[in-house]
Each structure stands twice: as C-alpha cells, then as structure tokens.
Design a protein around this ligand. Sequence first.
Ligand SMILES: Cc1cc2nc3c(=O)[nH]c(=O)nc-3n(C[C@H](O)[C@H](O)[C@H](O)COP(=O)(O)O)c2cc1C
Length: 199
Amino acid sequence: MEFSTIVMSRYATKKFDGRKIPETKVNELLDMVRFAASAINLQPWKIKIVTDQKIKEQLRPAAFNQEQITSCSHLLVFCADPDYDSLISRLGVLLKKSGAPEEMQKNVLGMAAQFAGKMSPDQKLAWSQAQTYLALGNAINGAKSLGFDSCPMGGFDPKEFSRILKIPSPLLPVMLCPLGYAADKPMPKVRFPKEDVIF
Ligand SMILES: Cc1cc2nc3c(=O)[nH]c(=O)nc-3n(C[C@H](O)[C@H](O)[C@H](O)COP(=O)(O)O)c2cc1C
C-alpha cells in the first residue's frame, strides 16, 4: 500500500472483531515503533503489551469503559521514560556496540547530558511524552500498513493503568494503542483545509 493511502485510510477504530493478530505481524509493528525518530536518539519510551482478556477487562473502566480495550487483540500501553541518566548510559553502550566513531559517541552523549542536565523533572517528562507520541504515530500507520487497525487513545487514567499493570516508576503511561481487526466502519474524514493549516 502507498504510504499516502495508509495515512488517508487509517482511522481511530472504535470496535475490533476479537480476532488475534499473528505475533509475527505484531513483532513487525514493534520494529516500526522502535525505529521512530527521537531527540538525540534517546528513545525515551517503553511499551507494555496486554493480551490477557481478564486484565483488559480490569483496565476498561479506567479508560472510560471504551470498547476498544476489551475487543482488541493486543493493547499497547505507550509509557514515557523520563530517566535520562539511564537513557544516556544505555545509549552509550549501544553506540559503543554499533562501532560509531569515538568522537561521535562523545559528542552525542555530551550533548544529551548537557540537554538533560538543564531540564527540571517536569520538563524531562514533557520531553519524553512528546517523543512517545512520535513512536505512537509509527504504530498507528504501521498497523494499517500491515493489514490491521488501531486507535490512538488518551482517554484513560494513567494512575489506574500503572496500578493494574504494575508499571514501575518513573515510567508514565501516556497513550494507549489497541490493535486488531476493525468491526466498525470509518467515519468520513473531517480535517481543516490546507489554507487554514498553512500560514
Ligand atoms: C491524543 C489523542 C487522544 C485520543 N483519545 C481517544 C480516545 O480516548 N478514544 C478514541 O476513541 N479515540 C481517541 N483518539 C482518536 C481521535 O479521536 C481521532 O484520531 C480523531 O477524531 C481523528 O479521526 P481519525 O483518526 O479516525 O482520522 C485520540 C487521538 C489522539 C491523537
């Protein structure tokens, strides 16, 4: 499918038909998510995958009882990771392993430390959240490209999700992305015209 067709035909699915997505396809999608862009390549996100129906049922009331939570095949819980000390040190290990020139490794890690060092905890969290949305973008378009559907969902209680899923601090659930095969029909696309968007 052309990328433009993927973007134009993807829609926020409200109900899935309960069929399971093959794990190979989910893994392909997770690779697309992992390859999302991020500032200084710090990849400040983690994803919890929920497939257990009983847990999905427990979560649903904490997401305004939205049906996608229980009718989906896989529920991805995108969490922002604001622990920049750990992110920078993990990136350091990765850069070393990748065989990147030492000068480049030093520059990247120095820039990351400088940038993160200036931020308050709240700014770190906001920075991580913003980038987690980019990873989510890959997930929703990636799902369509692989032949299944998704819904980006911010309507949920992060505290309740953290409690039920035992998400360790300081990770913060930011967005949900239920995946599955749609059992509804897309609404007509409603978008501001180009002249309203471009100025
Ligand atoms: C940050 C964010 C939060 C959203 N939360 C929900 C949600 O809780 N439930 C839902 O059904 N759709 C949710 N949506 C989907 C939007 O309603 C949807 O993307 C928008 O209406 C445009 O429709 P389309 O994606 O089908 O083109 C959310 C989308 C975003 C980006």
